[in-house]
Design a protein around this ligand. Sequence first.
Ligand SMILES: *Cc1c(COP(=O)(O)O)cnc(C)c1O
Length: 369
Amino acid sequence: MKKIPLVDLKAQYASIREEIDGIVAEVIENTAFIGGKYLQDFEKSFAEYCEAEHCIAVSNGTDALFLALKGLGIGPGDEVITVVNTFIATSEAISHTGATIRFVDIDPFTRTMDIQALENAITEKTKAILPVHIFGHPAEMDAINQIARQHDLFVVEDAAQAHGARYKGKRIGSLGKAACFSFYPGKNLGAFGDAGAIVTNDAKFAENAVRLRNHGRLTKYEHSIEGYNHRCDALQAAILNTKLRHLDHWTEKRRAHAKRYNEFFSDTPEVIIPGEREDVEAVYHLYVIEVPNRDRVLAELNEKGIGAGIHYPVPLHLQPAYSNMNIARGQFPEAERSAKCIISLPLFPELTEEQIQRVADAVKLAVKI
Ligand SMILES: *Cc1c(COP(=O)(O)O)cnc(C)c1O
């Protein structure tokens, strides 16, 4: 039996090879490697895509989060609230500014930030809320923004898994102060290497992010502050701009595949399918189900050459990196419970009906064991 990978980057490249090879050759021909036209073109199109005013392309998603927080003046003594069921980049960005992480639990249906938990976590030191649109499902932005307004807090979205997702009709990207994207190769819009972006409607904040990204300068020789080298290179920008034209089509495919999986599992109550609120359009970066006998199901799938994964097996507060926070097991019951039951099934635009059926059949067999 042919293997079914979790993500198939080769299939995607094969479908757009000529366009990609053409643009890569063009950038090299022009030796326009840093800054310049290709970067600006991508920033303009990605801002438009996100229905936002400004896009600042940067080196990766982690740096996008870091620069956004830094650009808002967040640092030592401040607290930033985020969830425990995310990739560690989210919380690293907080720590790297010198601020303190305040973890909260998640809502069982959307697996995004629990609103009551958020309210309970606010202190006098809270400066920002960092919701994660996990697996491509938007967090409850209206409730989060309302709490932010009440307490005078910034909202920075971790949109690394949610390119093109919609919340109440609006694209992710202009719902908070800033939205941070990753273009890691396996993300819904992936570069051929590392890249990321900050998207915002605030011109002053955008200018500050541009400065921080490139050694504190807006012009070649004047450094108004010390900054960083967190630039996005032009090859990645040109590749991303080329791939962006296909993103809506790829997202439609992802949504259709998720629907197909849901249909296959409709007669199997042991499988909990991913929740999608009626007022959002999730973009299924991952298709994550819950099953009672997770480790067994995972072993069966791997046995059959099906590349299932777990995102994420250990909630962040239980990672060794955060043992110094002394957060006991049981503190975030929903995230801890779901971490034991979740499996990410293969989901990528080029997945075929036959592959979906094979995966679904294998899961349905394995949950009965
Ligand atoms: C991928 C990811 C990041 C980090 O992005 P990089 O480009 O890999 O630095 C941050 N947050 C989440 C939720 C992610 O999935």
